[in-house]
Design a protein around this ligand. Structure first.
Ligand code: TA6
Length: 319
């Protein structure tokens, strides 16, 4: 792992109380003096908790495997270098669904804190950034054989008073070009899926994986979720938020903006698929989650030897 880019701790004024950090059983937890916290499992560099306004913002299945035996069902699993079942005629063909990033052991590279101007401008708020690394030398032999490229990933999880940001840097450290897909498979926690609407998708083209991957154009300005939903919305302006709102008062629950990620997947397994996943529980939990997943999955990013790519998302909660 090229550690030259290891973040140096950015000193903040001693006037502000520092973020707290704990590392235990391969889980990194950080919290801000303003009460927000984030938890990341080194397995998959999977964010499994984001608390803000005193509430858990992410959904994690009660039956999720947290022992590294399989990808964690919930939080923010990281999808790389392929989204979905790998194409059988592609170099990723022998990788598992969604690639190897979410089922590999990452290393914690360090924490840095910084001050950001508060929303009302007259005070500074503390932020904390956690960096995680994965390189080809850290993969299992199975994964290395399945995708024989020299790469380096640095995944940054940044907690601020109002947002959670996740960003991935992909570096091609070898001599061969490679192509990849990437997605942040975010499971958002909602009180009642029947009250949820998703805005910012109107007039966008999407691939509907429930309808044999046929192409459609979104006509709804506030998409309800009333059945199994598995849609890849394509070529969105990353700066235009996708907003999860409450139907009863039209209040925003989550607002997601992206950088370099032009696709957004909306997924809810609904009743039958929820029952069919052994690690999804309780069965009724489909009512308390919606996946809104920022990604670059409609084609392939090509990275030439020595090149780097960066992309990420910023989620505002309970605005
Ligand atoms: O992002 C939606 C999706 O691709 C669905 O098709 C469903 O497969 C979901 O991901 C969960 O995939 P997983 O491999 O985590 O069971």
């Amino acid at each position: 792992m090229d550690r030259s880019n290891k973040p140096s701790a950015i000193g903040v004024g001693t006037s502000l109380p520092q973020p707290s950090l704990s590392i235990q059983d391969n889980v990194i937890e950080a919290s801000l003096p303003t009460g927000q916290s984030v938890k990341v499992h080194l397995y998959g560099a999977t964010v499994t908790s984001w608390k803000a306004n005193g509430k858990e913002q992410l959904f994690v299945s009660e039956k999720a495997h947290l022992d590294g035996s399989k990808p964690i069902r919930g939080g923010i699993p990281l999808v790389f270098p392929v989204f979905g079942p790998p194409p059988q005629t592609h170099v990723t063909s022998s990788l598992p669904q969604h690639g190897f990033a979410r089922n590999s052991n990452w290393e914690f590279l360090g924490k840095s804190s910084s001050e950001a101007p508060g929303r009302d401008g007259d005070r500074t708020d503390l932020t904390v950034k956690l960096d995680f690394g994965l390189s080809h030398t850290m993969l299992t032999e199975e994964f290395r054989e399945a995708w024989p490229y020299e790469f380096g990933l640095v995944y940054s999880v940044t907690l601020t008073k109002d947002t959670l940001e996740t960003a991935l840097q992909v570096r091609n450290e070898g001599k061969q070009n490679f192509e990849f897909q990437v997605l942040m498979h975010t499971y958002l926690n909602v009180a009642d899926i029947s009250d949820v609407r998703v805005k910012g998708l109107e007039s966008k083209t999407y691939i509907d994986k429930v309808l044999q991957a046929t192409s459609h154009v979104e006509t709804s300005s506030a998409l309800p979720i009333t059945q199994e939903t598995d849609r890849v919305y394509q070529n969105l302006d990353p700066a235009v938020p996708v907003v999860v709102t409450s139907a009863k008062d039209d209040q925003p629950l989550f607002s997601i903006t992206r950088e370099a990620l032009k696709d957004v997947v909306v997924w809810n397994p609904w009743i039958e698929k929820a029952k069919g996943m052994a690690d999804f529980g309780p069965d009724e939990a489909y009512k308390n989650m919606i996946c809104v997943e920022a990604g670059s999955v409609s084609g392939w990013q090509t990275l030439e030897a020595g090149e780097a790519w960066e992309g990420g998302q910023s989620i505002k909660s309970r605005l």
